[in-house]
Design a protein around this ligand. Structure first.
Ligand code: ADP
Length: 162
């Protein structure tokens, strides 16, 4: 049987840190489904459509990766995909408390789905999408941290802003 996992996140936008986690997940699972979690309480810079397109472009070389979006409980999405695991990235202690609570709640909701934490290469431990959006607003060079397509999309977004 195929081993499937789902990697949910906001991906606003996808960074090299996310890609590092996807790469590691690909080594462990036959299929990795990267899911843009639609969160109505957040005010993202990129629309769901834009985030999906940036993920597709950035992950096109990974043959076992699929990309989708979902609005609802991630464990329900995992069930519908026959996924056995939820992937989350752990960068630092600061991620731990929230991730720990969420993993335990998801286990309570669905005991058959295991949360798997993966650590990125050390060079990505300080990287997150919020910092990238902040840098881009000040027109800083983010080429080291995001794929080329994301870099261009960020430049477009901030071009007409003061
Ligand atoms: P963020 O704004 O923190 O990037 P996401 O919701 O897009 O938030 O992140 C989705 C998942 O990817 C989370 O498990 C998060 O911890 C993980 N993640 C985000 N950035 C990195 C990174 N640089 N290295 C490893 N994991 C990361």
């Amino acid at each position: 049987m195929k081993k499937i996992c789902v990697y949910p996140g906001t991906f606003d936008p996808v960074t090299n840190g996310h890609i590092d986690i996807v790469q590691r997940a690909c080594e462990l699972f036959d299929e990795v489904i990267v899911t843009v979690a639609v969160n109505p309480s957040k005010d993202p810079m990129f629309t769901v459509e834009e985030r999906l397109n940036l993920l597709k472009e950035s992950l096109k070389d990974f043959s076992s990766v699929k990309i989708d979006s979902f609005n609802g409980l991630i464990v329900e999405h995992a069930h519908s995909l026959n996924a056995a695991a939820i992937i989350r990235g752990l960068r630092a202690v600061s991620d731990f408390e929230f991730e720990f609570q969420m993993a335990l709640m998801n286990r309570k909701l669905a005991d058959d789905i295991t949360t798997v934490f993966l650590m990125p290469n050390e060079k990505y431990t300080y990287l997150n999408s919020t910092i990238i959006r902040g840098l881009a607003r000040f027109k800083a060079d983010v080429s080291e941290f995001v794929p080329e397509a994301v870099q261009k999309a960020l430049q477009e977004k901030v071009k007409n802003r003061k």
